[in-house]
Design a protein around this ligand. Sequence first.
Ligand code: UDP
Ligand code: MG
Length: 321
Amino acid sequence: MTADSQPISPPTLSVVIPCYNEGENVALLFGRLLPVLEGLAVPFEVICVNDGSRDDTLDRLLEAQKGEARLRIVDLSRNFGKEKALSAGLFHSRGRAVVPMDADLQHPPEAIADLLAKWREGFEVVFARRDARTGQGLSEKLFAKGFYWVFDHLSDVRLPREVGDFRLMDRKVVDTINRMPERSRFMKGIFAWVGYRQAEIVYHQGERAAGTTKFNSWKLLRFAFDGLTSFSNFPLRVWGGVGAMISSLAFLYIVFRLIRAMIWGVDLPGYESILMSVLFLGGIQLLTLGIIGDYLGRVFDEVKGRPLFIVRQLYEPDGTG
Ligand code: UDP
Ligand code: MG
């Protein structure tokens, strides 16, 4: 395709897809996505962000781009993680409506028509809510439930349930998110924090088309904790209350012991109780230090002011970039 076949005005729809080691899925993805997008009869672009894949994802994307002039590829300099890859994609999108989705076809492209219909009704954010969690065991489901419960109680932002990154956002919303400078990108929280007029549709989430999930339990735990600490400072503040409570109890206990000693005299010292309280308080102190350290680390990351992501190369369909 040549440069003059490029749309002059911005496309109506941008689909943003972060890809990390998704080589096997590229052909499957476009095989299903492109016909659906064609069917929508609106000008569109697809932005694939190669998040430092170690397999042949980039080659396959470039191969696909030869036959498709509406595919733009953002190649990051290394693996930055899904949240930052998504931020990079949003940053490069131009559409009046933007839909982020996964490369593994767990998000059915067919649902984009419903998202667009809601957007045309005037909603600025349209969530896609999955009808059930697939491919997850009981412990993961419980973990997710627990996480939402804690998040709801500790932060001012209410996360919609069973909603991932698959959604539609108006240009206004994307511009707002692009202007947010923070480096810790908990996208679920950021999407919820910005607000705007919201609606939702329901979709059925399938299994991964090929390959395996890029998240393990440790990464998920880290992700959940990051999300919590970037949207709530309760873990920092709670220790003031805990400290005050322990001190008051200790004070009451001292008064009680004093009176007892004055009336009945001194009895044998209890070494276990001293040991227990020292260990208990020592534990609490280390825990609070750890939590303060976590927040401090976050401040450190923000203060360094490093870019969110580094684009190695932007591959535009007409060979520019
Ligand atoms: N992904 C990414 N960078 C990463 C990890 C994942 O861009 O470091 C992409 C991945 O290629 C996929 C999406 O994020 O398109 C969701 O990943 P995955 O399907 O592994 O997550 P799950 O569906 O299991 O939550
Ligand atoms: Mg997936």
